[in-house]
Design a binder for this molecule. Structure first.
Ligand code: PLP
Length: 370
């Protein structure tokens, strides 16, 4: 947060609208412009964005969603909200993204959606994935919670899949405190999400006087309160202006990490596929050797004062998914990725001195343990 962010929020607090006011549309227009898409609809979280995107894609009870297990649980949970089931498909070993070569054999008559996740900010292989979607008449959704501002083959995240969802949680590329959005072209879906985020209520002006009276509104479908406030939109709008700077700083830090660790045989550094500009939401190194050393290595890094983390526990390892019948061994590449992964500190305000400290401490722990 800088002074501009704070001033933008204060301005809304002094204005007439705290929610459903003019800043919502302004944030949406700016998001669409920044992502080269025609439409953006903001909602109260990235999870709500997934729920809304699956809903307007017609996902119904009994349908199936194909997605990756190497993600935050929300990607799969949103399918369960709608009574659909999830089929987890394994990842590419290098990027950690859904592997297009494994998708087709996982499709069934019930498959309604393919949902790719841009793990760590590296866009998935959308040309291959959307070709499969077209061949089978299945819609492709990008969970781009990690990758706002990233690019793939000269195109922006937001325009790579049929619909794209993003998150504005504080750890994500930009924040509105909590928040999310659905992005895409050909905006016929946008009205559906506007309705879904507001209890399915419309206030069709043409009907105001004719049918009932000036108080008229009607609920045409079952929806939710997934609105994003003007307070949050003002913060998001202010943050969006800095996205380019944030991304440049993240890229610089990632490049310094890769320069420092790529010669260190004990660690695998993140891969960038040709013609991809990742968003560098995360910088995930993996142990090249015995994965049993991940835990002592992780604990040593924490003891050295580094706020390391692990992304992600495969979704179907969680007890709730186990209770649905998922068993370990389902996606061996994702499981191996998880066993070896450690995310290093990475955020735009990190100073060069802090980056140096991370590098030195990681190399100390590598010397001690790996
Ligand atoms: C953060 C995240 C979400 C959920 O976003 P929220 O805004 O926290 O609801 C969904 N998918 C992925 C991959 C995420 O990282």
């Amino acid at each position: 947060m800088d002074e501009e962010d704070i001033a933008a929020v204060v301005e809304v607090l002094k204005s007439d609208f705290l929610t459903t006011g003019p800043v919502v549309g302004r944030f949406e227009a700016a998001l669409a412009k920044a992502t080269d898409t025609s439409h953006a609809v903001v909602v109260s979280s990235g999870t709500a964005a997934l729920h809304a995107a699956y809903h307007v894609s017609g996902l119904l009870p009994g349908d199936e969603v194909v997605t990756t297990p190497l993600t935050f649980a929300a990607t799969a949970n949103a399918a369960l909200y709608l009574g659909a089931s999830v089929r987890f498909v394994d990842i590419q070993a290098d990027t950690g993204n859904l592997d297009p070569e494994r998708i087709e054999s996982a499709l069934s008559k019930r498959t309604k959606l393919i949902v790719a996740v841009d793990f760590a900010g590296h866009p998935a292989d959308y040309d291959a994935i959307t070709a499969i979607g077209r061949r089978h008449d299945i819609r492709v959704i990008a969970d781009a919670a990690h990758s706002l501002g990233a690019r793939y083959r000269g195109r922006s995240v937001g325009s790579l899949a049929d619909l794209t969802t993003v998150s504005f949680h504080p750890v994500k590329p930009i924040t509105s405190g909590e928040g999310g959005a659905v992005l895409g072209n050909h905006g016929e879906w946008a009205r559906g999400i506007e309705s879904f985020r507001n209890h399915g209520i419309t206030r069709d002006a043409a009907r105001l006087q004719r049918d009932e009276g000036p108080w008229f509104y009607e609920m045409q479908a079952l929806g939710f309160n997934y609105r994003l406030t003007d307070i949050q939109c003002a913060l998001g709008l202010s943050q969006l202006k800095k996205l380019g700077r944030f991304l440049a700083r993240r890229r610089h830090i990632a490049e310094r990490y890769t320069a420092a660790f790529s010669h260190c045989g004990a660690l695998l550094t993140p891969v960038v596929r040709p013609d991809v500009e990742p968003g560098w939401h995360l910088y995930v190194v993996r142990l090249a050797g015995d994965p049993a050393l991940r835990r002592p290595f992780f604990e040593r890094l924490r003891a050295l004062g580094l706020a390391v983390q692990v992304h992600y526990i495969p979704v179907y390892y969680h007890p709730y998914y186990a209770s649905l019948g998922f068993v370990r061994g389902l996606c061996p590449v994702a499981e191996d990725f998880y066993r070896r992964a450690i995310s290093l500190p990475l955020f735009p305000l990190m100073t060069d001195a802090e980056v140096d400290r991370v590098i030195n401490r990681v190399l100390v722990a590598v010397d001690e343990l790996l």
